[in-house]
Ligand binder design. Structure first.
Ligand code: BV8
Length: 228
């Protein structure tokens, strides 16, 4: 790692799979039980808010039953020991990176443990359920929604992410299928900026051809092996 000075790491559902959180596209994954259009779009929320609030309440409650795996703790160790600049961007809305010891995590798709008020547009930490329409802690209106980025919505902090991709010298993608944009396009941004691009995934992803190097296997083995 000493040969690099500015690292960007992108993680996806695959890094949390061994902690027991379903990935989106594996057989029986999250989307298999629900159509994306029904639970992860603004239109789906407008059509059936109870279905969507219940879907996210269930996923938020499930956080209590899972723990970080060695991939999460290896990235936290890297954050502590790496002397250069490190940006960890996750597509995941779980809190396993933080519970694994990472202090600086950029949740580009939001977080299960955060609520967004559609009236005053403030985001606030959230652990309770939303199905019973609790009041916004700021404006008191009963208009909270999950603070997650749905399809058709702009992911968070894209300017900061692109700026960092343009200057990084190592881009590492961990546990993502490369199926969803703009995250799936980050490797091409990094590659055109001259970064070395490494993919750590269970199997080749849809973007594998853009990486200089791929290591395949479960994240809890491949990520600590790379961080060492
Ligand atoms: C936007 C939050 C514009 C919610 C999520 C046509 C072409 C290109 C793009 C589009 C298109 N049509 C529409 C679009 C845009 C769309 C998109 O990309 N659609 C796809 C389906 C084609 N994107 C959007 O809408 C994005 N917004 O474009 O905005 C805009 C512009 C201006 C103004 C306003 C708006 C927003 C997308 C974000 C959606 N939200 N999540 C929630 O979590 O409920 S997406 C969700 O799926 C995840 O967050 C993640 O980002 C994404 C992909 O999932 P992965 O993390 O990759 O998981 P997956 O199951 O797919 O893969 C797991 C991988 O892990 C696999 O490769 C597997 O092999 C591996 N694995 C499994 N086990 C292990 C493992 N690896 C290691 N170890 C293991 N043990």
């Amino acid at each position: 790692m000493a040969e690099f000075e500015r690292i960007v790491i992108l993680t996806g559902a695959g890094i949390s799979a061994e902690s027991g959180i379903d990935t989106f596209r594996a057989a029986g994954g999250l989307w298999e039980q629900h159509r994306v259009e029904d639970v992860a779009t603004p239109e789906g929320f407008a059509r059936n808010p109870d279905l969507v609030l219940g879907f996210y309440d269930m996923r938020r409650e499930a956080l209590a039953n899972v723990v970080p795996n060695p991939a999460h703790t290896a990235l936290a160790r890297l954050e502590r020991e790496f002397r250069g600049e490190l940006l960890l961007v996750t597509q995941n809305v779980d809190d396993l990176h933080e519970r694994g010891g990472s202090a600086r995590v950029l949740h580009m798709h939001g977080e299960l443990k955060s609520a967004l008020c559609t009236s005053c547009e403030t985001r606030s930490p959230w652990l309770a359920t939303m199905i019973d329409r609790p009041p916004c802690p700021v404006c008191r209106a009963p208009t909270l929604r999950p603070d997650v980025v749905w399809f058709g919505e702009m992911p968070y902090q894209m300017g900061r992410i692109y700026q960092t991709l343009e200057t990084c010298d190592l881009f590492v993608s961990i546990g993502t299928s490369g199926a969803v944009y703009p995250a799936a396009g980050f490797v091409q941004e990094a590659r055109s900026a001259g970064a070395h691009c490494l993919e750590l995934n269970l199997e080749p992803s849809e973007g594998s051809r853009f990486f200089h190097e791929s290591r395949h296997g479960p994240a809890s083995a491949v990520v600590p092996g790379w961080v060492e």
